[in-house]
Ligand binder design. Sequence first.
Ligand SMILES: *Cc1c(COP(=O)(O)O)cnc(C)c1O
Length: 427
Amino acid sequence: MTTNKSKELFERAQRSIPGGVNSPVRAFRSVGGTPLFMERAKGAYMYDADGNQYIDYINSWGPMILGHAYEPVVKAIQAKAMLSTSFGAPTELEIEMAELIKSMAPNVDMVRMVSSGTEACMSALRLARGYTGRNKFIKFEGCYHGHADAFLVKAGSGVATFNIQTVPGVTAGVSMDTLTAPYNDLASVEKLVTENKGEIAAIIIEPVAGNMGCIIPQAGYLEGLRAICDREGIVFIFDEVMTGFRLAAGGAQERLGINADLVTYGKVIGGGLPVGAFGGKKEIMQHISPLGNVYQAGTLSGNPIAMIAGYTMLKTLKDNPGIYKELDDKTETLHKGLKGVLSSGDVPHVINRLGSMISVHFSDKPVTDFAAAAAADNARFNRFFHSMLDQGVYLPPSAYETWFISTALSASDIEQTVAAAEKALRA
Ligand SMILES: *Cc1c(COP(=O)(O)O)cnc(C)c1O
């Protein structure tokens, strides 16, 4: 496989774009090597600038849950674009989108559209603070909630990949209000709540974490957080940017049976266009401007092209609940295949999976929090990643990311992936 064109493009990109990329993990820094520049994709496959084909396990970090260039979404975008790409005035489609989200997601009485998961999370946090009149909040080590200042404390995803402890540009004043606790450790949250009695506005969590590899909440953990929030008048925010419309039509709230006060969305909700949303209980949401006085706005929020892409995607998911069974089945097949290969290879490993989120940590201990994910043999992951890539399987270029499965993945794609994994283990 030659990747000369990608190498040339990366050289050229670095002269005009910091690090050659518009989002850090894409640069392959942690796994080493040169990032591949993509040209097109269809279904389960991506094609790079040199024409190589890859089975895609990133799926644009989630949105391509039905595979690339899903025709109804592409066609809807084309038709809508003819009617103007933006108005800066309300449209009926935005109501339909809000109604559709409400019909799928539990506990969402009202929803506000934004343009990214970052915006959704930072706005939800501002709202929780405005609503409670409190400043502090709790997040969990290794969870990623976008790149707003307040969240860049012990964050996952690229922040973890590059081992960034403190982020220059984030002031101490901002960081002081961000309290952190290890994932799956209820006692440490109780301690923070006691130490900061009456000062905590929100607890924000990835209900299934995907930004330190895939990490599953232990039995009773989310229930425990819910109870603490109820007792202390804290707003419980589910960051469902990754899990929303992926683990079930109603996301992690539905799948795990836990109610959140506010929920944030991104990724799948835009069908591949820049869309995010935050929503929740009316009692809280009514504090957003112009109804309330917590300010939040966006020139391209509710953009018609973005809305029709997201609407078409969500409507497909809502009308075809079998999709979730299909995603689960395919991911389970992959899980079993990988398990077989890894076990016979005598390699210490942990495969965490829930629904269509799955990841492999090369660890001999259970991986239930960030410390365990960081203690795994991530050098081995990097070798594994490159061997898979050479064999035409595109995994996330970091051990700190979950893999995303799409319905487009065929049984033979999965077989091919497992066979590649067997070879990759020897790398
Ligand atoms: C991707 C992600 C975000 C940030 O979304 P962007 O659209 O990249 O700004 C926030 N939270 C979680 C859980 C994510 O996975």
